[in-house]
Design a protein around this ligand. Structure first.
Ligand SMILES: CC[C@H](C(=O)O)C(=O)SCCNC(=O)CCNC(=O)[C@H](O)C(C)(C)COP(=O)(O)OP(=O)(O)OC[C@H]1O[C@@H](n2cnc3c(N)ncnc32)[C@H](O)[C@@H]1OP(=O)(O)O
Length: 299
């Protein structure tokens, strides 16, 4: 009995490890040493990244370092990565809301930590670590939405581009300030921004470091909705907005996200084949059989 439990958990750990390797961009073959960068990041503590998984299949991920406008310390970067593993294996999950504590979103990486990680080699390691994590966020089998209140700056603006959708509260702003810091985005924000708003608009935002307010974000397709509320009520509003898209069973929602991801990331022929495979996982499944038994009419 004990041996079979041990074997089972070993298989689960191995599956999680393989899953993570598949979903990430960089591994040891790219010169990436995750253990080394995690040891380095652990030297910069403070704040937390808190995950709450709701019984309705919607999780909330809170970037929480309010005395520093929710800047990412080293330990928060590690926690964000760990929360991705938790969400990847959440079979009942359908949606995710990413938001910041204390009515602001996130002011990027903690400048105190960044100063201490100033060699290009270490910078690249941190960049690979965060690209891996944000790529895993983007590839979660959940519909993800960033709730931007207050400011999303630097790495914070990059974080919000890793979600499927962005909701902006009144008076909020998204700002790619990297150029003013003598940098370019490094957490994958430039590549994702181009996909979202096209290279001309992305070029303008990155080179001007302009503040993007909710109305302009909506106009260029960076935001999906401008909310009416601020404070705690905006989280409620975000739940309501997301619920329009997460109706139905977790299995169908997750399958839907997978076909969107393959269409987004793969060549057309490969995406079509993936779509066929995913279709096979829901055809004749419980949700499909239930809908057929009701002889649904879509009036
Ligand atoms: C690839 C990502 C990229 C990288 O790491 O390579 C980055 O993300 S670089 C970081 C980009 N972010 C910034 O440069 C933000 C700098 N901060 C500001 O511009 C302002 O603080 C602002 C606009 C976020 C807020 O201004 P406001 O006047 O409303 O508040 P305070 O300035 O008084 O801020 C309160 C408190 O928070 C500390 N703070 C804010 N941001 C950071 C940060 N990124 N790292 C560390 N600490 C931060 C700020 O210093 C204040 O603390 P205090 O002890 O009172 O000085």
């Amino acid at each position: 009995m004990a041996i079979s439990v041990w074997r089972c958990s070993l298989t689960r750990v191995r599956a999680m490890w393989l899953n993570k390797r598949c979903l990430s961009l960089y591994n040891s073959s790219h010169g990436f040493n995750e253990t080394e960068i995690k040891e380095k990041l652990a030297n910069f503590p403070g704040g937390s990244v808190d995950l709450t998984k709701g019984a309705n299949g919607i999780a909330e991920l809170c970037v929480n370092n309010s005395s520093r406008m929710n800047a990412f310390t080293g330990t928060m970067m590690i926690q964000l990565e760990e929360q991705m593993s938790e969400l990847e294996s959440w079979q009942d999950g359908k949606g995710l809301i990413v938001y910041g504590a204390g009515n602001t979103f996130c002011s990027g990486s903690d400048l105190k930590a960044v100063k201490a990680i100033s060699s290009p080699q270490e910078g690249i390691m941190m960049c690979m670590f965060m690209q891996n994590t944000l790529t895993r966020l983007q590839r979660l089998p959940l519909i993800s939405v960033a709730l931007v209140q207050g400011k999303a700056l630097g790495g914070g603006s990059e974080l919000c581009t890793a979600c499927d959708f962005r909701l902006m509260a009144p008076e909020s702003e998204i700002r790619f300030v990297h150029k003013q810091m003598g940098l370019v985005p490094g957490w994958g924000g430039a590549a994702r921004l181009i996909h979202l708003i096209g290279s001309r608009n992305a070029f303008k935002l990155l080179s001007s470091t302009a503040k993007v307010d909710p109305e302009y974000a909506l106009k260029i397709g960076l935001a999906d909705e401008v909310l009416n509320c601020v404070d705690d009520r905006s989280l409620e509003e975000a739940h309501k907005w997301l619920s329009t898209y997460t109706k139905g069973s977790p299995a169908v929602n997750r399958a839907l996200k997978k076909v969107i991801l393959s269409g987004r990331e793969q060549k057309l022929e490969d995406a079509l084949r993936t779509e066929k495979d995913i279709f096979g996982t829901v055809w004749g499944g419980p949700a499909n059989l239930e809908a057929l038994s009701k002889a649904a009419k879509h009036k």
